[in-house]
Design a protein around this ligand. Sequence first.
Ligand SMILES: *Cc1c(COP(=O)(O)O)cnc(C)c1O
Length: 408
Amino acid sequence: MTHQHRPWGYSNSSDGNLPDWQLHEETLAVRAGLARSGFGETGEAMYLTSGYTYDSAEQAVHSFTDEVDHFVYSRFANPTVSMFEQRLAAIEGAEYCVATGSGMSAMFSSIACMVEAGDRIVAAASMFSSCYVVLSEILPKWGIKVEFVKGNDKKDWEKALSEKTKVVFIETPSNPMLEIVDLKMVSDLAHNAGATVIVDNVMASPILQKPLQHGADVVMYSATKHIDGQGRVLGGAILGGFDYIQNYLNPFIRHTGPTLSAFNAWVLVKSLETLSMRVNRMNESAQAVAEFLSQIPKVKSVNYPGLKTHNGFEVAQKQMSGGGTTLSFEIAGGPTELFKVMDALKVIDISNNLGDSKSLITHPASTTHRRLDLATRESMGITDSLARLSVGLEHSSDLIKDLQQALR
Ligand SMILES: *Cc1c(COP(=O)(O)O)cnc(C)c1O
């Protein structure tokens, strides 16, 4: 191998293969992290191995004390997983990346590694329901205080962050309401309160939003969504700087083991090569679909950060390079009418995933967000008449035609 191995997690500055000028995102997506074996293969190799051997007993000792560059066990690091980590770190512009087996293990580990009983977390209330369960049920059981604020209300943030806080957790845009949180505004307040800002950047993907550039400290992904984006594997990732990764995250991950498999990493490292092309195309189509839906009388409301009517439009313009690939909308006539429309679709599939090459529609109230009690769901705006549509890679005019015929 011609590049430096980092025992846990990769630094994007350690790749000796790349030229020294600032490469574009598209180039990094194909080239960064590439670690060829002695065979000179063009495709990234899949190292399906749990362990590694040593030339001598002494080399094993030194490998465990990290004095030599040597993989020791795939719960800690694996060459294929490391290629994925290094490539994603390069695209994100993060110092380090640690991959995990799912988005939820990334979300949980990113917070759990930092907090202890008595600590306080402040979070934007509008979020993916499993993240809400972690914050409202699991962590409080262990003596951690969690306070939820309205993500787009500056006064609410100011009040919550006037007290010492350990972690601020933000999902922007949020799933499924596409609410926008001002990353710079909240990060400034959070840092004054002594908090580490962790952003769930799943809905935007690293192509449309780079939270570290707007003041956040840590970014997490479900790689299951846009990063795979082809409905095949689960995965997750956490990105941040040296202090967070080395002093908090790695000791936690190393011993609790939410490891990404080498097979899934191999699928994901290849997916990164086409991520920007896929996300940019899906983003353009989502904008067209959102504009179409907002002209239909039967559609009561459309939530899409790329529409001027969206209350987060200006903040989205500032921190995102597009409105995203996902939108949600409410149908006049309630859930019965909405189910009829969903059932009449001929191209768009009914499915609860998102960020996929196939356009997928779901009814959050009865599926992805059913775990929330009614009051919480309603406070997030997730009504029975709301559908979430993840726009895929089909031609946008076919998607619009499909919606048109189903709405008739
Ligand atoms: C899907 C999702 C997750 C969880 O990811 P998994 O890979 O399903 O574990 C977390 N946050 C958001 C915003 C998501 O959409």
